[in-house]
Design a protein around this ligand. Structure first.
Ligand code: FO1
Length: 317
């Protein structure tokens, strides 16, 4: 592929962060920009929490708690325990050191800094060279409409109810009036390749695509655009993607991921376990890379990223 290389990745939480780490370690320093979902952001104890931005930042800084893939490794929970003693809910497990991030972010936002600015400052302080960009500086809230008509805030559905309610639909409140930051527009316009990470398509990637202008920018981009399937053998690598896809009338399979991103991707990466789908997907005009997509160790992440970057060069030639 022609240099200088600038790769833009769209990512949600854990799966997106893992691929971002592989890409960051494979590409030259500063050649990666990650555009991150903020539809999961919410307020708790008066603090602005941005779980996906933090997951990506901590992962790239080498500080993430490897299992479960969010929060800080070795964190303690004394503050949360005290909050519990005051009788407050503590189902969202905020660690003591993680709390520092939320305190500083909230203070910066109150002073009038944008989420983009404070995210860049915190990431730089942790030594992260990759650009981490929130999809918007405006409030967007992913809301879950359940089969019995309840409307749930995202973390209430995802963490408190452990994604057990059956979902009828998902809405991205505020997205219709959210503005795409200049930083995001410029990143996509200057990209040599666009990678949609193996994040949940409905809960993590669609909120990014719902910010007006974003879908069009990717649809019109004249560079290779690829997605990595978060579904392997009918199951999600992590989280509710397969269950949610079924509930929303999609078959949890790479072909459905390709169809979901119709018009936005030229290629799809999916797991060897789903090799049987290759012909079908290629018949729809999408290039394929069939490989081991499970990222357990850092070596896995780097190997997958390197394979993807090699393959991308050949797409659209
Ligand atoms: N996920 C959970 O399943 N349980 C938690 O208690 C939890 C706490 C948490 C704290 C900070 C943070 O940055 C992320 C946290 N997550 C937790 C992950 C997060 O809720 C989800 O992974 C994302 O919102 C979906 O991408």
């Amino acid at each position: 592929m022609s240099e200088p290389m600038h790769v833009v990745a769209l990512a949600g939480g854990v799966g997106g962060a893992r691929l971002a780490l592989g890409l960051a370690r494979t590409l030259p320093p500063g050649a990666l920009t990650v555009i991150v979902n903020t539809g999961d952001d919410f307020e708790l104890y008066g603090l602005h929490i941005s779980p996906d931005l933090d997951t990506v930042t901590y992962t790239l800084a080498g500080l993430v708690n490897p299992d479960p893939g969010w929060g800080l490794a070795g964190d303690t929970f004394a503050c949360l325990e005290m909050i519990g003693r005051y009788g407050e809910d503590t189902w969202f497990r905020l660690g003591d050191r993680d709390m520092a991030t939320h305190i500083l972010r909230t203070a910066a936002l109150r002073r009038g800094e944008t989420l983009t600015e404070i995210t860049a400052r915190l990431a730089a302080a942790l030594g992260v060279r990759t650009k981490i960009l929130p999809m918007t500086d405006d409030p967007v809230a992913t809301m879950i409409i359940t089969a019995n008509g309840e409307k749930l805030e995202f973390q209430d559905y995802f963490v408190r109810r452990r994604w057990q309610p059956v979902v009828r639909s998902v809405v991205y409140e505020g997205a219709e009036v959210a503005r795409l930051p200049k930083t995001v527009q410029e990143a996509v316009k200057s990209a040599n390749a666009i990678v949609i990470a193996p994040s949940n398509p409905i809960l993590s990637i669609d909120p990014i695509l719902a910010v007006p202008g974003m879908r069009e920018l990717i649809a019109d981009a004249d560079v290779p655009r690829i997605a990595v399937s978060p579904i392997v053998g009918g199951k999600a690598i992590k989280g509710p993607a397969a269950k949610l896809m079924r509930e929303m009338g999609m078959e949890p399979a790479p072909a459905a991921i390709a169809a979901h991103y119709n018009g936005l991707i030229d290629g799809l990466v999916f797991d060897i376990e789903d090799e049987g789908e290759k012909e079908n997907i290629e018949a729809s005009g999408i290039s394929t890379l069939v490989t081991d997509t499970i990222m357990r160790t850092d070596e896995d992440k780097i190997r997958l990223a390197a394979e993807i970057l090699d393959w991308i060069g050949g797409i659209r030639e």
